[in-house]
Design a protein around this ligand. Structure first.
Ligand code: CMC
Length: 430
């Protein structure tokens, strides 16, 4: 029995419910026996108050603005690690030894290619196709080409290989989808390049215009991907867990996660931020118009890049990204009027009572798109960049769900439709 209990009184009967505690101060009323004991369910639209699992991957304190992966503060990881190292940490639970890192990198190299038959997929999409739709469908199709994941004894199968395969191949899929959209020949992954350099090279190298890989850009990309690598039970991760809980394979589950991430309230926000900033710029910098729209209860418009379900203070990822943004603009000597628009908007929001009262601060998506623009990545690829970063988190969360032998996810509902009524045959209806 738990040390602490909560008491719930229903119709004068008192029920005792255990309170469970996490590693830090977070506590939860354990209602797993609620239905059995009381006949009642809980109603929690948007799962604002619902813990769906216990997890040892990511710790987040939304009031204090803390984010740790496997116990390590995000600030330390973003400053000192590569994305591949952090991916290993998230997936395997510990920072890699140099030997483990070499082996992981080796796997990433040997799994970087796509089966040549899959290249035809890219020809079937219109050049205007969304790279998120291509990513989602192609990740799903990977299972048809690489079913070895179910066989741990196969040198190309098992969990470690599948994790490396997914990280590596999704990067290839993302770059190929871009190349097809601009009608350029594909650039294949190079065994000589690290994860981020390889991605940039596959995106931007051309036979007639070789791409110079700049260490500043590689470093900024590593940082961005690290900051997106996991974020506990958000919409897309919960989707990955929910789909996986039915027994669906990892590729299918992550494909669903990509779709969930696509929306403008989640991973699509980085793209929507740029569109918003462009609109403000094109509208003679009429900030007041957009602030008024965002505050108008009768207008569904929101300032994208502000607010978060969990953070009620500055998103710690946004702080790091803002610094990285200033740095890369200086290093690359880039000028982008949207950066000035973003800074002025943030300034205005930070002095506006509406936003202050609701604890609406910049989130991870507010400045990330501006950095991606400086790197030359097109706006419709921004959610794909988010998905590449989130890949280790989805893999680790799916695996944890499997290891915990989670039951199939199946929320309940309170039915509010018609009470049972008499059926009337078609001929008697009027
Ligand atoms: N602009 C204007 N008002 C806002 C905004 C915004 N961006 N975000 C929240 N509000 C208001 C909202 O209207 C509500 O006001 P009231 O209390 O008067 O009804 C109040 O703030 C609370 O909002 P909520 O919708 O209950 O908050 P939520 O936790 O359900 O939504 C959110 C969180 C991120 C979906 C929301 O803040 C939002 O839509 N932000 C813009 C989209 C965005 O930037 N999304 C990326 C999130 S970070 C990436 C990720 O992790 O997915």
């Amino acid at each position: 029995m738990s040390e602490h209990i909560a008491k719930l009184i229903i119709d004068n009967i008192t029920y005792e419910l255990p309170i469970i505690k996490g590693t830090s101060d977070d506590r939860a009323i354990d209602i797993q026996q609620l239905l059995k004991k009381t006949g009642l369910i809980t109603l929690d639209s948007g799962y604002m108050n619902t813990g769906a699992c216990t997890s040892s991957i990511t710790y987040l304190d939304g009031k204090k603005g803390i984010l740790n992966y496997r116990g390590y503060p995000i600030e330390d990881l973003a400053e000192n690690c590569t994305f591949t190292e952090v991916a290993y940490l998230i997936i395997h639970g510990e920072l890699p030894t140099s030997e483990a890192m070499e082996s992981f990198k080796h796997d990433m190299v040997r799994f970087a290619l796509l089966h040549e038959d899959m290249i035809h997929f890219f020809d079937s999409y219109p050049s205007t196709a969304s790279p998120m739709s291509i990513l989602s469908t192609t990740v799903n199709a990977l299972h048809n080409y690489y079913p070895e994941m179910d066989d741990a004894d196969d040198p190309y199968g098992g969990y470690t290989a599948t994790a490396a395969r997914l990280l590596s191949k999704t990067r290839t899929i993302a770059a190929f989808s871009y190349k097809k959209s601009v009608g350029h020949p594909l650039v294949y992954p190079s065994p000589k390049l690290d994860y981020c350099s390889n991605f940039l090279n596959m995106m931007f190298d051309r036979p007639n215009l070789p791409y110079e890989i700049m260490p500043e850009v590689v470093s900024a990309l590593n940082k961005l991907l690290i900051l997106h690598a996991d974020h506990e039970q958000n919409c897309s991760t919960s989707t990955v867990r929910l789909v996986g809980s039915s027994g669906a394979n990892l590729y299918a589950s992550i494909s669903a996660g990509v779709s969930a991430l696509w929306g403008p309230m989640h991973g699509g926000a980085n793209q929507a931020v740029i569109e918003m900033l462009e609109n403000i710029y094109a509208d003679d910098k009429d900030f007041e118009k957009y602030l008024a729209k965002a505050k108008d209860k009768n207008d569904p418009y929101r300032l994208t890049g502000f607010g978060h379900r969990v953070y009620k203070t500055f998103d710690p990822r946004a702080r790091i990204i803002k610094e990285a943004c200033d740095k890369i603009f200086e290093q690359l000597n880039v000028v982008d009027p949207l950066l000035d628009i973003a800074k002025e908007l943030e300034e205005r929001v930070s002095n506006d009572e509406y936003f202050l009262k609701r604890n609406l601060y910049p989130n991870v998506d507010f400045y990330s798109g501006i950095i991606y623009r400086a790197m030359g990545i097109p706006t419709n690829m921004f959610p794909v960049m988010f998905a590449l970063g989130r890949m280790p988190g989805w893999i680790a969360q799916w695996t944890e769900m499997k290891e915990d032998r989670s039951r199939i996810g199946r929320p309940r509902q309170i039915y509010t439709g018609h009470a049972e009524r008499e059926f009337v045959a078609m001929k008697d209806r009027y």
